[in-house]
Design a protein around this ligand. Structure first.
Ligand code: ACO
Length: 325
């Protein structure tokens, strides 16, 4: 029986020009390249210029994705932009991207699930394409976390970077089996009991300020390992796929130790894991599409490959998606 699947037609990404190395950071706060590398695997991160907003990064990634997919912006009828660092409280940064692309039909909105944002946005777009009559979506993850960091807090400011990634997704009829192209399975979870483990201490309603990121790193690490493994287990079981059948594992890039530990637990060999955390640091909702684009453009991810995405972030939120490219 044929079904509608959300097929990824292309991807694009954007990283700000300015690179901040661990050595440069060590001149600002009491840290060292050695500490950051051994605890996180991060060597450097990109930082948006003063006049670059999240929607600028998102727009650059969206344009690159449209180009890669060979799709005209006028053929897009849905934009889902995952971000926790929108340009303004409202309107959504997605409508800025929509206007800049000259799109005046369809719908555009932001989605907030912190580091899990891209998985949540892809699952949302997938449902809109399969069940709500939309035809072609831009799913974007874009962040300027440099704007919500406490640059005096060495425990958090070393971990994050800015960037954006996007994919173009199209509703297509497929056979209905596991060999179909497109989003095959998604799993989304949240548990608000842990919201004080990773949060921003400001907001329009609570404090009328933007606030800065606060985190209990050790607690987040502990939950990340358990929740990510659980999401991967469930999404693979629901799709009837074994971990060894996955061609590429594209995790949210938070910490090299979390990535290595998860891959080991599932018996996924390290050469199947796409790693960008060393050069990008944690770009929150942007990290998965940035990693997808890198692996697609250097020829690792090819049409027909089975790709497993996973993420965990503030809230807590977490999830996974199984996609055939
Ligand atoms: N440089 C030097 N020393 C530091 C730094 C730093 N940048 N940051 C913290 N330290 C010190 C601490 O002050 C502490 O010193 P003390 O023992 O004298 O008190 C010591 O290092 C150990 O601190 P911990 O926080 O216990 O260090 P830990 O080994 O847990 O590593 C880290 C910290 C890297 C943040 C780790 O907990 C982690 O990766 N957690 C996951 C957090 C994460 O990835 N969050 C991203 C968002 S959620 C997600 O995406 C999954």
């Amino acid at each position: 029986m044929s079904v509608v699947r959300s097929v990824i037609l292309g991807c694009g990404s954007y990283l700000p020009e300015n690179v901040l190395t661990n050595e440069e950071l060590a001149r600002r706060v009491e840290t060292s390249d050695e500490w950051i590398r051994t605890r996180t695997g991060i060597h450097q991160r990109h930082i948006a210029a003063d006049d670059e907003n999240t929607s600028d990064l998102a727009l650059a990634a969206a344009r690159a994705a449209l180009d890669d997919a060979g799709v005209d912006a006028r053929d897009i009828d849905l934009i889902v932009l995952a971000t926790s660092t929108p340009d303004y409280t409202f309107p959504a940064s997605a409508v800025s991207v929509q206007a800049a692309l000259g799109i005046t039909h369809g719908a555009a909105f932001d989605l907030q699930a912190v580091c899990s944002g891209f998985v949540f946005a892809l699952a949302t777009a997938d449902n809109f394409l399969r069940c709500a009559g939309f035809k072609r979506a831009l799913v974007i993850g874009a962040e300027t976390f440099s704007r919500i960091l406490d640059w005096k807090d060495r425990a958090t400011c070393v971990l994050f970077g800015d960037g954006a990634g996007a994919v173009v997704v199209e509703a297509q009829r497929q056979g209905g089996g596991i060999s179909d192209r497109g989003v095959l399975q998604t799993l989304l979870r949240s548990d608000g009991r842990y919201q004080d483990k990773l949060y921003v201490d400001g907001g329009p309603s609570a404090t009328r300020t933007t606030g800065v990121l606060r985190m209990e790193g050790r607690e987040v690490f502990r939950h990340a390992v358990v929740n990510i493994a659980d999401a991967m287990d469930q999404v693979l079981a629901q799709a009837g796929v074994k971990a060894e059948q996955v061609d590429w594992f594209v995790p949210h890039q938070a910490n090299r130790r979390i990535l290595d530990g998860t891959a080991r637990k599932f018996g996924i060999s390290s050469d199947k894991v796409v790693i960008t955390v060393d050069r990008h640091a944690n770009t929150s909702a942007a990290s998965i599409p940035l990693a997808l684009c890198e692996a697609k453009s250097d020829g690792r991810i090819k049409q027909g490959d089975l790709v497993l995405l996973e993420a965990m972030g503030g809230g807590f939120t977490w999830g996974a998606a199984l996609v055939r490219w």
